[in-house]
Ligand binder design. Sequence first.
Ligand code: DQA
Length: 156
Amino acid sequence: MAKTIYVLNGPNLNMLGTREPDTYGSATLADVEKLCADTAAGFGLKADCRQSNREGELVDFIHEAYARKASGIVINAGAYSHTSIALHDALKAVQIPAVEVHISNVYAREEFRHHSFTAKAAFASLCGFGIEGYRLAIKGLAAKIGAAKSSATSPS
Ligand code: DQA
């Protein structure tokens, strides 16, 4: 059976495509989830994509990833990245290799975006690549967990 990775998106990321396009681009969350599914498939992985505007539900998704023996997590916790000790603690609790993604370059933006609690619980962080960051995160995660490129669907 294919290994599963969880792709978790936090608050306001359901608004991608219409939300501040100068900052976040024109791709929708559906586009992001397709990109993730296709990239994961290229490594023989299944991407289970979830989005929530609620902190506790994101914590629940992380626990669910553990219960379902997920092999990795890609997380863009949106604004909760900068505020949520609960998400930090959940990631630490499950000990699943996690990569943090931000679509925008948070370091070139307001100072309150420069600190991330989720980054402290992740083995890697990416920001500023637009939605391409999700593809890069899955590639890096695949390397980390030893998932080889699948000949059926080769990732670009
Ligand atoms: C974001 C950056 C956060 O600061 C912001 O609150 C978001 C999106 C990003 O993907 O660039 O909601 O995580």
